[in-house]
Design a protein around this ligand. Structure first.
Ligand code: CMP
Length: 150
């Protein structure tokens, strides 16, 4: 069964270019409930931990530099089949390959400065959501604390 949450980051470039409002509108219109949301500025240690799976790749240092260059907006999104639905909404990692009308096609500057992050699996959605939000910061559509199911 597919999980009902995914985790997203609106990255420094999209925050600096004031695309937050447009991106959140697209998220809401696609049927997602924003269960948690806040601004943070990552330290190099936090960004390296978050992107640990990419450590050693040629783009890793540039990715950490970019992700620590300014504030980001982090959020937990709830919807049926959330991971797959959100990946469809944001489009390919490389904006040059993203479908028209997707968030990355509309707002990404390059594959590195690609506007948003979206979890790639239910397990990672849970891990990423837990990294940024405690239980008292997450709410379901009825205003109750959101439990993250394994
Ligand atoms: P994201 O969804 O946040 O997950 C990992 C990030 O690494 C990805 O988006 C891109 O921003 C970045 N990335 C992946 N591949 C490349 C690449 N070939 N060159 C530069 N950055 C990349």
């Amino acid at each position: 069964m597919s999980g009902n949450i995914t985790f997203t980051i609106i990255k420094p470039g999209a925050v600096a270019h004031e695309h937050i409002g447009d991106i959140l509108k697209m998220i809401s219109e696609a049927g997602f409930w924003t269960a948690a949301m806040k601004y943070v500025k990552l330290s190099p240690g936090q960004a390296s931990y978050f992107y640990d799976v990419h450590r050693g790749k040629p783009f890793f240092d540039g990715l950490v530099d970019f992700m620590t260059s300014g504030p980001i907006l982090v959020a937990i999104l709830e919807r049926e089949n959330a991971v797959e639905a959100y990946r469809k909404l944001i489009g390919n990692t490389d904006p040059a390959k993203a479908e028209p009308g997707t968030i990355r096609k509309l707002f990404a500057e390059s594959i590195q400065r690609n506007a948003v992050h979206g979890s790639d699996s239910d397990i990672n959605a849970r891990k990423e959501a837990d990294f940024f939000f405690s239980k008292s910061e997450r709410f379901d559509r009825h205003g109750n604390f959101l439990e993250l199911v394994p």
